[in-house]
Design a protein around this ligand. Structure first.
Ligand SMILES: O=C(O)CNC(=O)[C@H](CS)NC(=O)CCC(=O)C(=O)O
Length: 261
């Protein structure tokens, strides 16, 4: 966790130097455990986590909001919550989302992960919140595969939908970019997807390729192949473009035919 905090502090500096208005960090930026048991053993509440306290200090000092994925203690002590925090420019935790869809897979010759063994699932969509970039909405990683949550967040007013992630390499190669672009196109929103990259331990490697996508589906940034060091990407959020795309091609839903989500 101390190492991850050091890496995040470097990214904060880079974001400040780039003139960024906010910094978006990946899912589980505090740590990736080698097992469910280790994930539970390492968890700390935000009040005791040197990782979260350190980022709050950075946000306050640099007046830079930070959106970051972490683990928090579960209601059941044998589990954790997989959450993302919006730390505002005063260093306060102003918003929090808990991952709804958990990653339980058993792929032949591929990843076998059962997130629900050690993670409690979130029970609600958190409405988009106002920031100096526009209205930001949070989801996490595997949520990306469920268009419903993106569409619900768009209906609630999102301009930017975030997918902080730690995708596996095979699923990342096959699906990451196309899913992100699809979510941006169908919601006519910016998509910001900060992604873990590289080897965490003997069992886990993350695909990387943090991306920023515009509401037309164009990739504005793509950084971090699996051998790369942590890096940031920047892009401008263009509210005229958001308005233009939404006006020129209104996506009026037929909720008289299928249910509203
Ligand atoms: O393990 C932690 O502590 C943090 N959580 C994760 O890394 C999660 C659960 S294992 N990863 C994903 O959801 C990847 C999804 C994915 O790769 C896909 O949808 O293809």
């Amino acid at each position: 966790m101390a190492h991850n905090l050091r890496q995040c502090r470097v990214l904060v500096k880079k974001a400040v130097n780039a003139g960024a208005k906010a910094l978006f960090l990946p899912e589980a930026s505090d740590y990736i455990g080698i097992s469910g048991a280790e994930t539970v053993k390492l968890v700390k509440s935000v009040h005791d986590s040197e990782f979260v306290l350190g980022l709050q200090e950075e946000a306050r000092r640099e007046k830079l909001p930070i959106h970051v994925g972490v683990h928090e203690p579960g209601l059941d002590v044998s589990k954790v919550k997989n959450t993302v925090l919006w730390i505002d420019e005063k260093g306060e935790i102003a918003h929090r989302y808990q991952k709804i869809h958990l990653f339980d897979v058993d792929i032949k010759d591929g990843p076998v992960l059962k997130e629900s063994n050690c993670v409690e699932k979130g029970m609600k969509i958190v409405p988009p919140f106002t920031t100096s970039l526009g209205k930001v909405a949070s989801t996490i990683c595997f949520d990306l595969r469920f268009p419903e949550i993106g569409i619900a967040l768009k209906r609630l007013g999102a301009d930017i939908i975030t997918y902080p992630s730690a995708f596996t390499v095979p699923t990342g190669k096959a699906h990451w970019e196309i899913l992100l672009r699809a979510r941006a196109i169908e919601t006519q929103s910016y998509v910001i997807a900060a992604a873990q990259v590289g080897k965490h331990n003997e069992k886990r490697v993350s695909y990387g390729h943090s991306m920023i996508i515009d509401p037309w589906g164009a990739i504005l940034a793509d950084v971090g192949g699996i051998d790369d060091e942590p890096e940031i990407a920047t892009a401008t959020i263009d509210h005229d473009l958001l308005r233009k795309i939404r006006m020129e091609m209104p996506l009026l839903r037929r909720t008289d035919v299928y249910p509203e989500i």
